[in-house]
Design a protein around this ligand. Structure first.
Ligand SMILES: *[C@@H]1O[C@H](CO)[C@@H](O)[C@H](O)[C@H]1NC(C)=O
Ligand SMILES: *[C@@H]1O[C@H](CO)[C@@H](O)[C@H](O)[C@H]1NC(C)=O
Length: 535
């Protein structure tokens, strides 16, 4: 009976994992002899395997789709000591131990205020104002008591900023950051947002290979292996980025902060023929911009909940299924700080198109974008950023492959000729374009005109396809006001087709269903642009 059972177990496991293991052992001939042992396993043997599996093997296993999580040692138990400090204090101490150089001026401003406030009034304001900038800030005044999770999120966002500075990563690790973050992660399993911020930091630390051993030893591989299997695309994508950065054996590219791989997220033997790159607009984000159109639910529907096939990211759910040989990336630029920035006295250049273009070009080069055919998909201001990047790339011999390999650009309501927004009140503008960028977006601004003329100039020498969608419905801005954010004339680049769609500015990039016109036309464009690449 035992023998039958074991052979059944082996067969079952083989069926489930052999395909992946073949891929795996293709890279790892040296360990494949161990599989006969690993495949016939009981819980006890999983534990044994977990003990003997080395760092690289653990990372490789974590990147196999649906791998059994018993392969991984659980994170070390949380310390239960008498002087166990609160999460908030732990984060504050870590923050205080980091250098202030090189981080964004706004982060410096808020960190220093935060630390000053907290030392003055930590006891009375525990969980209170200090993190929010303290005296004189209207936002802070309105928050008499702040839920501690919000404070933690705020501190984690500051830590994210530090983790973007390579030299600060060493300090985070040396000062016990990996263990502290592990503890916060375990204690905050109810907050997906806190967990994403933490894993974003881990993904940034993993960019430096010399920190890999410390990351693995503090138990992160098992956490990431579990998170990458999450049904929630944002969770899975953050974990996928961190694991890709840890998997130096199979992944040559580096995924810098804000560059997410939507597909393929695991190790695969599927050849990648081309890249498709999604670039959101202002106030957008790497995932939420690209969700399926929100459901207009009646109360009856709400009881039944969101339909099972609703997707929070259609490029991952639909495009990857239709074109499995694509690598699909989504990039994010610093929008999550807009809350702080509005109150930050420091002028900063971060927000100009020129700055963002240079920053993103560097990150995309690290991710290997430009080495194979690429199609760009951009919403709103993201389209201006794409034009600026291509223009900058055309002037840089190092980046000429990026230009040569650009096969198509799809623009969703991109204000090529500006918006009327500048004519609206500051309050209205702030909702959609909260920054100095509004200057760049003025209708017929000289900056936009130059950008467009220079861009059209490079399109003459390059062969790539262009498609533009334009909104025809006004967008609700608050309860009283509806405006057409980007009129069709402004969305018209004058090359390629311009298609008007009866949706508003925010929904132009959110198809209602997989068989709706917006998605089908998008898919057709990508396939046409990459004709000959066998995607
Ligand atoms: C990576 O980490 C090592 C040691 O922790 C450090 O010496 C090195 O400067 C770091 N590399 C970068 C690019 O920051
Ligand atoms: C257009 O491109 C050509 C060739 O690259 C260049 O000589 C010319 O100055 C450009 N024109 C503008 C307006 O940038």
């Amino acid at each position: 009976i035992l023998r039958t059972l074991i052979s059944w177990l082996i067969k079952d496991m083989l069926k489930k994992t052999l395909g992946d293991i073949m891929v795996y052992s293709h890279h790892y001939n040296s360990v494949s002899s161990e599989w006969s042992f690993v495949l016939s396993i009981t819980d006890y043997q999983y534990q044994t395997a977990a003990q003997v599996i080395d760092q690289r093997t653990a990372v490789a296993l974590a990147r196999i789709p649906n791998v059994d999580l018993r392969f991984f040692l659980p994170p070390p138990p949380l310390p239960h000591t008498e002087d166990d400090i609160s999460i908030e204090d732990g984060l504050r101490q870590l923050l205080a131990s980091l250098p202030q150089s090189e981080v964004d001026q706004c982060v410096q401003y808020f960190t220093s205020l935060a630390l000053r406030e907290s030392s003055q009034s930590l006891a009375s304001q525990r969980g209170g104002l200090w993190c929010f900038g303290g005296n004189g800030l209207p936002y802070a005044q309105s928050l008499t008591s702040t839920p501690s999770q919000k404070v933690e999120t705020f501190c984690l966002q500051a830590l994210v900023q530090h983790s973007k500075v390579h030299s600060h990563c060493d300090h985070i690790v040396a000062n016990g950051g990996l263990q502290l973050l592990q503890r916060v992660y375990q204690l905050r399993r109810d907050s997906p947002k806190i967990q994403r911020n933490i894993v974003r930091i881990i993904g940034n630390l993993a960019l430096n290979e010399s920190l890999h051993t410390a990351i693995v030893q503090s138990g992160w591989v098992s956490v990431l292996a579990e998170m990458i299997q999450s049904p929630y695309i944002m969770q899975a994508s953050h974990a996928a980025r961190a694991l890709a950065n840890l998997d130096r054996e199979a992944v040559r590219q580096k995924y810098q902060d804000g560059v997410y791989i939507l597909h393929p997220q695991c190790r695969t033997n599927q050849p990648i023929k081309a890249d498709v790159l999604f670039v959101h607009g202002l106030l957008g984000a790497a995932f939420k911009t690209w969700r399926q159109k929100d459901l207009d639910m009646t109360d009856d529907d709400k009881v039944e909940g969101v339909p099972e096939d609703y997707t929070e990211c259609w490029p991952k759910s639909w495009l990857a299924a239709d074109c499995p040989n694509l690598r699909i990336l989504s990039v994010e630029y610093d929008t999550h700080l807009s809350d702080w920035k509005a109150k930050c006295p420091a002028e900063n250049q971060r927000k100009s198109l020129a700055y963002r273009s240079q920053e993103l070009l560097r990150k995309l080069k690290d991710a290997g974008v430009g080495e194979r055919p690429v199609v760009w998909v951009a919403h709103s201001m993201g389209g201006l950023l794409v034009k600026k990047m291509l223009l900058d790339a055309s002037k840089d011999p190092d980046l000429s492959p990026l230009i040569k390999n650009t096969k198509g650009i799809l623009f969703y309501s991109v204000p090529h000729h500006g918006t009327f927004m500048a004519g609206y009140s500051v309050n209205v503008r702030y909702l959609l374009f909260p920054s100095i960028e509004v200057k760049e977006l003025c209708r017929d601004s000289p900056a936009l005109r130059d950008l467009n003329e220079n861009f059209l100039n490079i399109t003459k020498e390059q062969e790539f396809k262009v498609l533009s969608f334009a909104e025809t419905l006004p967008t609700s801005i608050g309860p009283m006001l509806k405006i057409l954010v980007v009129p069709s004339q402004s969305a018209d680049l004058c090359i390629g087709d311009l298609i008007q769609v009866d949706v508003d500015h925010l929904n132009i990039c959110k198809p209602e269903k997989k068989d709706s016109f917006l998605y089908k036309r998008t898919l057709q464009f990508i396939q046409d642009a990459l004709r000959g690449q066998r995607i």
